[in-house]
Design a protein around this ligand. Structure first.
Ligand code: NAP
Length: 282
């Protein structure tokens, strides 16, 4: 058996095309503001990709590129000004920030209705209570769509998530619970990880350990979503031993070309949602 490859690039493209059509019908262009501090090379690439994707679907997107040595209160003031700017619908602050800055302090300043990354406590709380008002954290929202592209019936499925970060594992657990999965979240102190994974209909690996999930752990026919991005000998690899796991899984995402493109698409989807809520259009 060889797993179906879940093509995140193609699914993300379909979502962006639908968004482009919906954006063209709006009175104004939704506006995403990206705050980038310093010159981290990966962050520069990520943000330019987000900007390109936003412009391609007819949104506005400005990158506010700030100096590495910016002070906390100066950065906070910029976020406050973006909060007040009625033309701006969504705000993201690119992580990681330089070490002298307090990321939590910046993130909690972003207005919940403009928090299109869905990292803020208000949106995380709304997700937890399964409110339709939540701007759902972009990566978990994309993961859910990848899973639903191969299995629309999630009720009663056993889902195992490896990783409990606030940007992937925890919000994904809430999202899958809201879709009636039975969810287990594992982390670095978990004991017997392979035993949990063997029971899973859905495995999501988000632990940042290259090739961590092994073929022998995976139940035949399981859906395997690989969130990890690791650089090994100049090559990009995920948290799943893809070449071997694909021999037993039912469906699997590749790295690159799986979760990554969906995260960007969901960021744009959240910017669209934020615009609609703020302008009460549609
Ligand atoms: P993170 O904040 O470092 O969290 C990693 C999680 O994995 C933690 O909960 C940690 O446990 C757990 N973990 C680490 N080693 C483990 C082990 N040996 N066994 C079990 N659990 C283990 O990372 P993150 O931000 O969630 O990101 C995870 C991966 O996804 C990274 O490779 C990141 O680059 C990638 N990512 C990709 C996208 C995308 O769009 N494609 C988006 C976000 C992240 P503890 O809590 O106990 O420390």
């Amino acid at each position: 058996m060889t797993a179906q490859i879940i093509d995140g690039r193609s699914l993300a493209q379909q979502i962006r095309e639908t968004l482009k059509f919906k954006v063209s019908a709006l009175k104004k262009k939704p506006h995403l503001a990206v705050v980038l501090v310093g010159n981290d090379e990966a962050s520069l690439i990520y943000d330019r990709n987000k900007q390109k994707a936003a412009l391609e679907i007819g949104m506005k997107c400005n990158i506010h590129h700030l100096p590495e040595d910016i002070k906390q209160d100066e950065l906070n003031n910029i976020v406050d000004a973006l909060n007040k700017d009625k033309d701006v619908n969504g705000i993201i602050v690119q992580m990681p920030l330089p070490l002298h800055l307090d990321a939590k302090d910046v993130l909690k300043r972003i207005s919940p209705e403009k928090d299109v990354d869905g990292f803020g406590v208000e949106n995380l709380g709304l997700l937890l209570v399964n409110s339709s008002q939540a701007l759902v954290t972009a990566t978990p929202k994309g993961i859910l769509k990848l899973i639903q592209s191969v299995e629309p019936h999630l009720a009663g499925k056993n889902a195992v998530i490896i990783g409990r970060s606030t940007i992937v594992g925890k919000p994904l657990a809430a999202l899958l619970l809201n879709h009636d999965c039975s969810v287990t979240v594992l982390h670095s102190k978990s004991v017997g990880i392979s035993d949990f994974v063997r029971q899973a209909d859905i495995v999501v690996a988000a632990c940042g350990n290259p090739l961590f999930v092994k073929k022998e752990w995976v139940k035949s026919g399981a859906i395997v979503i690989d969130v990890g991005i690791n650089r090994c000998n100049g090559k990009l690899v995920g948290d799943v031993d893809f070449d071997n796991v694909r021999q037993v899984a039912g469906a699997i995402t590749p790295v690159p070309g799986g979760v990554g493109p969906m995260t960007v698409a969901m960021l744009l989807d959240n910017t669209f949602e934020a615009y609609i809520k703020q302008n009460k259009e549609l």
